[in-house]
Design a protein. Structure first.
Length: 499
């Protein structure tokens, strides 16, 4: 199937009324999540996973994807207006966006953020359409040994790119692998890590883990927070930037789009790393770096373009290799598995309507977001005045209903509460939960492909070194591990994340 025919198939699926409806619901929920600080796309996607059970796979994934890239749009609104990032990737936008708002230029900041996000989102989606199918064709040549090595590389790269302590990131990966092994072994029928509880015979449910770690934990942290939202002094006027604003922002948007598109594909990359990298790049390239932090429009344009491009291109490894590059993509893989779809390169050939429909929906979703965000600024300002303590009970109730609908087992609610408390402890200890989720999703896949590879070689592990692709991936993994353990590299890594 050529690219034109594939895109025709995709737009045929994406322009169906039901697909447009769920795309709109996804981007609207994503915008709300981005505008309201303290929820986040991971928690929202985790909480909405049970809702997708009754949908067809295409509609479900279109809606969940819309939540993710919609949150990148909405996050800039609260960052500019009240100096609180609705999404972590919008932290950088606070630095100059809020200063512009205090100077009476909130409209220009929001307008340029929307333009940069739209351009980057469309470009990132074009990259998915161009490069995902060839990558999938290459990945079809992968055997069990190559897949096992690729996933090991993905886990190590996630450790290297994780913020904070390297030891904590490794510990979280290992804990995720352990949670993933709980349940009945498919080969021997032996129950592992069930502690005699029949409810754990089928393992830990993905939705239970995700809602607990991200939904309930976020509620606990935000409820105890005493941080008050500041009120915007100057009203928002026209959201159309001036010609001077557009001239100043054109190159930062272009650079941010290119940088985000590259970093989004990398394991552990995505929107957060892209926005920070773009801000650092623009500040270093500026003739007068002292403007940054004092209302420089380039400090809004570049990071906002970068985080949207990074959000879009992070779908490439997930769709083509079945390899999540960040926590949100791990949730998307979980959603695919629950829909009966095996993640990997065969999705392109076996599920072309799903694959191309999802890509086409991203263009539609980006257009919807521009239409939604700019006219509804007044509504978002009013919503930002809502205290979080009024929202948290509704979020908690919705989460519990979603968990209970999985299997109608009260034990699932108990387990969700335990994971929620565990997630709260992780936040207090400064441990990222995303590596745990990656380990949980990739662990069973690594085990399955490892066993297949060992069966093919009659128990000889040399198969991983005999196959060129597998050997190359393992060498890259070892090189990454050795590099990050070197004192000089480790110090540079810590300084980079600190900055």
């Amino acid at each position: 199937m050529d690219l034109f025919s594939a895109l025709s198939l995709g737009f045929g699926a994406a322009l169906q009324p039901v697909s447009l409806l769920y795309c709109f619901i996804g981007v609207l929920c994503g915008t709300l999540v981005g505008v309201l600080p303290g929820i986040g796309p991971m928690a929202t996607i985790a909480m909405l996973l049970p809702v997708t059970f009754g949908l067809d796979a295409t509609s479900a994934l279109i809606m969940l994807a819309g939540i993710y890239y919609g949150a990148q749009y909405g996050g800039s609104t609260s960052a500019v207006l009240v100096n609180l990032p609705g999404e972590t990737s919008s932290v950088v936008t606070c630095l100059d966006g809020y200063k512009m708002a205090r100077q009476g230029r909130a409209g220009a900041a929001l307008g340029i953020a929307a333009i940069g996000s739209f351009v980057a989102g469309c470009f990132g989606t074009a990259l998915i359409a161009l490069f995902a199918p060839p990558l999938a064709q290459l990945a079809i040549q992968f055997g069990p040994a190559e897949y096992c090595a690729l996933m090991v590389l993905g886990l190590i790269a996630a450790v290297v790119m994780a913020q904070g302590s390297l030891l904590k990131a490794i510990a979280m990966i290992v804990l995720g692998l352990l949670f993933g092994t709980a349940g009945t072994d498919v080969n021997s029928g032996y129950q592992r890590f069930t502690f005699g509880l029949p409810e754990l015979a089928e393992g830990v449910d993905f939705v239970v883990l995700a809602i607990g770690l991200f939904g309930l934990a976020e509620i606990m942290v935000n409820v105890e927070s005493k941080e008050e939202r500041t009120v915007l002094v100057n009203p928002v006027k026209s959201v159309l930037p001036t010609r001077a604003d557009l001239r100043q922002s054109a190159m930062p948007i272009l650079r941010g789009t290119m940088l985000g598109s590259i970093l989004g594909v990398l394991p552990g990359g995505g929107a957060l790393l892209s926005s920070f990298a773009s801000y650092t790049l623009e500040k270093n390239l500026a003739r007068d770096p002292s403007r940054f932090g004092n209302g420089a429009i380039e400090g809004v344009a570049g990071p906002e373009a970068a985080n949207n491009a990074g959000a879009q291109t992070s779908f490439i490894p997930m769709l083509t290799l079945g390899l999540p590059s960040n926590g949100v993509m791990a949730l998307m893989i979980g959603a695919m598995i629950m829909q009966g779809i095996v993640p990997g390169p065969q999705v392109v050939s076996e599920q072309p309507r799903l694959f191309w429909g999802m890509i086409a929906s991203m263009w539609m979703g980006n257009l919807m977001l521009v239409v939604l965000n700019l006219p509804l600024i007044g509504l978002w300002v009013k919503m930002l005045s809502l205290p979080y303590r009024m929202l948290s009970p509704a979020i908690l109730l919705f989460s519990c209903i979603g968990v209970y609908t999985l299997s109608s087992q009260p034990f699932d609610l108990i387990l969700t509460a335990l994971f929620g408390f565990l997630g709260y402890v992780f936040i207090k200890l400064g441990c990222e939960a995303a590596p745990l989720l990656l380990g949980f999703v990739l662990g069973p896949m690594i085990e399955e492909n490892l066993r297949r590879a060992m069966l093919m070689s009659r128990g000889d592990p040399i198969i991983f070194l005999q196959r060129p692709i597998s050997l190359g991936l393992l060498l890259v993994a070892v090189a990454l591990l050795v590099a990050v353990l070197l004192p000089a590299v480790r110090k540079t890594r810590e300084e980079a994340f600190q900055e």
